[in-house]
Design a protein around this ligand. Structure first.
Ligand code: PEP
Length: 250
């Protein structure tokens, strides 16, 4: 039985004050008896504050991105070692906003995945199709291509220390959630693709759903057999909403 994970992606929102309030609010809400694994992924400048507020609580901290490089002349980038030093456990890689707005290729995402693991971080690998791709019946082809790029670079064994997030682009920040059945179909496809390489790892890896998850719809989506929690944007910016989603994962 896979324990569920709910991770909040704050994107470029928040402040030092909000970080403190949200993380300590979540920690206080659940104490040591968290219903699921929990993580917050604030913007880089607030990671240290988040780690401080989360210390001794079940809340883990993650970054929204990571450089594929270890160090050097890469202005604006942040390495996995730096994130680990700040107290991060997770790093999101391949979020659709980075793939589309920053032109990140499948190969670059795979390199970031490897860089994160190289420093002991757990990558949260985002995959997902656009609306046009779904309507052209290309969902599996797109998700399969994104996953295979990482399998080719890192190998199936790397998925023992990784999380996958299926995030259909048309559902991110739109209020239009995939139905539980739509999510389950793609999650099962992902697990099947990994199972073809190693059934044990495929059965073990957490596959989160992301795209307009809220407390009101989380329980139905999380009830699907291959959905192991959520990567949550908007609804993770407020303690009650985030806590409600975590309760639905319990
Ligand atoms: C996200 O940013 O990864 C996301 C899923 O956002 P939202 O929950 O707001 O759709």
């Amino acid at each position: 039985m896979r324990r569920k994970l709910v991770a909040g992606n704050w994107k470029m929102h928040g402040s030092r004050e909000l970080t403190r309030t949200l993380v300590s609010g979540l920690a206080a809400e659940f104490g040591a008896a968290a219903p699921c694994d929990m993580a917050v992924c604030p913007p880089y400048p607030y990671l240290e504050e988040a780690a401080r507020a989360a210390a001794g609580s079940p809340v883990a901290v993650g970054a929204q991105d990571v450089s594929d490089q270890d160090q050097g002349a890469y202005t604006g980038q942040v390495s996995a070692a730096m994130l680990a030093e700040l107290g991060c456990r997770y790093a999101i890689v391949g979020h659709s906003e980075r793939r589309t707005l920053n032109g990140e290729s499948d190969e670059l995402v795979a390199a970031k995945f490897r860089a994160a693991q190289g420093q002991g971080l757990v990558p949260i690998l985002c995959v997902g199709e656009s609306l046009e791709e779904r309507e052209a019946d290309e969902t599996e082809a797109v998700v399969g291509r994104q996953l295979r790029a990482v399998l080719a670079a890192a190998g199936i064994g790397a998925f023992e220390q990784a999380v996958i997030a299926y995030e259909p682009i048309w559902a991110i920040g739109t209020g239009r959630t995939a139905s539980p059945e739509q999510a389950q179909a793609v999650h099962a496809y992902i697990r099947g693709l990994l199972a073809a390489e190693n059934a044990k790892i495929a059965d073990f890896v957490k596959v989160l759903y992301g795209g307009s998850v809220k407390a009101a719809n989380a329980a139905d989506i999380f009830a699907m057999p291959d959905v192991d929690g959520g990567l949550v944007g908007g609804a993770s910016l407020e303690v009650e909403g985030f806590a409600g989603i975590c309760r639905a994962a319990g």
